[in-house]
Write a protein that binds this ligand. Structure first.
Ligand code: KG4
Ligand code: ZN
Length: 342
């Protein structure tokens, strides 16, 4: 089955063609980050308009790269939520209408299920069951995954998501949006010993997270380091970035280890934008070694939003006989643990 996947939930337009026999045939991505950087974050109305501009050209590009025609598409998968309603509506209405026009089935995909299954596109994929750490701009969740749609929430952030915390910390240091990759780059020059930031909620049992206190701690440290003109010297910027990254990574690592112990599972999957973070990957490699478990993640470009993960997740659901009716449905909020199992 050849599935065209469409992702438009936030600030990336992603399209891909996935074949259940041959794997990923082609993919294309247009990121709006430059446009939103000017405003320090995603402007929903601008995001929707840009998806409208870019989606059809990207679909054409993906078909051309695969040297196929739309008539060769067997089904269409689009992100139906969670995300920005206007942005979601662009992908959902285009995807649903395209499927209707082609006379093929369509399926609305849960964005976080897409992220969660993205490591399945790699050469050495995980197998069920596994523990998944979902760390994106909007979510921080630990999930027990027994199969597609068999998701049990083990813990989640009570306030900011990990990616959101990275973005806010970056803003405090005067860095552009999205700040995660910029903090990570800056942290490489940092001195690990200079500051020690708190590891929130690690001193009590449980698998929930909270990053808002860490945000305040970062703000106070940054303000305390400013000179009379309000500037922070480059080395101190790097040291703060390093301490912040360490605190987030260590907090995530402690909870991942706990989740592996709690479930007895031997595979850890990390997914979502923050799973591209090199330091997190290195630290979790140490954790899984101690727990005699395996660590799985997608290539960096499939950690952040992309069409391939939506094509893959949609394909699995379509192969199991699931599909959407003609209603164009976009759900800004959509709890992961309410999905149907296949
Ligand atoms: O999954 P994603 O592309 O979009 C959402 O579904 O939210 O995640 C985007 C988030 C942003 O907050 C971004 O700063 C963060 O992922 N991110 C990173 C890195 N790359 C992206 N955070 C830390 N280190 C990175 N290397
Ligand atoms: Zn995402």
């Amino acid at each position: 089955m050849r599935v065209l996947g469409i992702e438009t939930s936030c600030d990336e337009t992603g399209v891909a063609l996935y074949d259940s026999e041959q794997g990923l045939l082609s993919d294309a991505l247009y990121s709006q980050v430059k446009m939103h950087a000017e405003y320090g974050g995603v402007v929903p109305e601008l995001a929707s308009r840009d998806h409208v501009r870019k989606l059809l050209p990207l679909i054409r590009e993906v078909m051309a790269k695969a040297e196929l025609a739309l008539a060769d598409v067997d089904a269409v998968a689009y992100t139906a939520g969670p995300g920005l309603i206007g942005a979601l509506m662009v992908g959902a209405s285009t995807g649903r209408a395209l499927a209707l026009g082609l006379g093929v089935p369509a399926v609305g995909v849960h964005h976080m299920e897409g992220h969660l299954l993205a490591p399945m596109l790699e050469d050495n994929p995980p197998s069920f069951p596994f523990v998944a750490l979902l760390v994106s701009g909007g979510h921080t969740q630990l999930v027990s995954v027994k199969g597609i749609g068999q998701y049990e929430l083990l813990g989640e952030s009570l306030d900011d998501a990990a990616g959101e915390a990275f973005d806010k910390a970056a803003k405090m240091l005067g860095l552009d949006y999205p700040g995660g990759p910029l903090i990570a780059r800056l942290a490489q020059q940092g001195n690990r010993e200079r500051y020690r930031f708190p590891r929130p909620m690690t001193d009590r049992p449980g698998l929930d997270f909270s990053f808002s206190g860490l945000k305040t701690f970062t703000l106070n440290t940054a303000n305390g380091a400013r000179d009379d003109d309000g500037n922070i010297d480059p080395q101190t910027m790097a040291d703060i970035a390093c301490a912040f990254e360490d605190a987030v990574v260590e907090t995530l690592a402690i909870k991942c280890r706990r989740a592996l112990q709690h479930t007895g599972m031997k595979q850890l999957v990390i997914a979502g934008g923050v799973s591209a973070n090199q330091r997190l990957r290195e630290r979790l490699a140490e954790v899984v070694k101690k727990e005699r478990a395996g660590l799985f993640y997608a290539r960096p470009e499939f950690c952040t939003d992309n069409g391939a993960m939506i094509a893959y997740a949609g394909c699995q659901r379509l192969l199991a006989g699931q599909s959407a009716d003609l209603t164009i449905l976009a759900r800004p909020r959509w709890p992961l643990d309410t999905l149907d199992a296949i």
